[in-house]
Design a protein around this ligand. Structure first.
Ligand SMILES: [Zn+2]
Length: 258
């Protein structure tokens, strides 16, 4: 029976304009949500061996996972779940005042093998299509720039995607997401200079809160995981989970603008 669903899911219907390919996933809440509840875009990578395998999983009833869109490496966009339904992509997650983000977000999967199976650079066509899609969604649902996030930002204990190869800076230049305005050549000088003062650590936590990160637990391992998520996104040159002055300056700069 599931094979039938899977075959059915591959009946592709081309839509106009963005050439979004309609596919079917049964994995969503059957109750429609209000347009106003859509506040966040969560970017993922598929983390599987192939595109086919990824689409099959996201459309298989047994997997209990899905996303609204999937963008393949050639830049083709697949719609798996309609925006007005809650897709199952974020899991246990937190961002700003939001908790368990499925109900407030749109999930976009990018085909990439991920850290487990051979993480590769995202393809140019894939990123161009993603930007187009995000712009459309941002406009339609009036999504705040700071609410364009990666899965690892909202679930730092469990997730690494979309990972350090994802071009956040490039997206921000196209008005999708946020970025700082500090020069890398200057920032570099502050790399690995540890932040020791308690008040500076506190300020860093406040700045991260302002950006959206939630410090749920007050232990070292959680702190380090959040810093890693922050670094994966904003300081990909060194992802060590240690708060240094470069991270401090970046966070301060980002928070100031929000
Ligand atoms: Zn994910």
């Amino acid at each position: 029976m599931f094979l039938t669903i899977s075959l059915f899911s591959r009946i592709l219907v081309y839509l106009t304009a963005m050439k979004i390919i309609k596919n079917f996933s049964p994995n969503y809440d059957k109750k429609k949500r209000s347009v106003n509840s859509i506040k966040i875009i969560v970017i993922h990578y598929t983390g599987m061996q192939s595109e086919r395998e990824s689409i099959d999983r996201l459309c298989n009833y047994n997997s209990k996972v899905s996303s609204h869109y999937l963008v393949n490496q050639k830049g083709k966009v697949f719609r798996l779940v309609q925006d007005r339904y809650v897709a199952w992509h974020a899991g246990k997650s937190y961002w700003l005042k939001y908790k368990n983000l499925n109900k407030n977000s749109i999930g976009i999967e990018l085909v990439n093998k991920g850290h487990q199976f051979g993480y590769t650079k995202f393809k140019q066509n894939q990123i161009s299509s993603l930007i187009k899609l995000c712009k459309k969604l941002i406009k339609k649902y009036r999504i705040d720039r700071k609410n364009i996030v990666g899965h690892s930002d909202i679930a730092p204990m469990r997730k690494l995607d979309p990972g350090e190869k994802f071009p956040w800076e490039f997206l921000a230049k196209k008005n999708v997401g946020i970025w700082h305005n500090q020069k890398l050549s200057i920032l570099k000088k502050y790399r690995k200079i540890k932040i020791l003062e308690k008040k500076d650590k506190k300020k860093f936590v406040n700045d991260l809160n302002k950006i959206g990160y939630c410090f749920l637990l007050k232990n070292k391992s959680f702190f380090s995981k959040i810093i890693k998520a922050f670094q994966r996104r904003f300081r990909k040159e060194l992802i060590d989970g240690i708060l240094d002055k470069e991270c401090f300056i970046i966070a301060q700069n980002l928070a100031k603008k929000l």
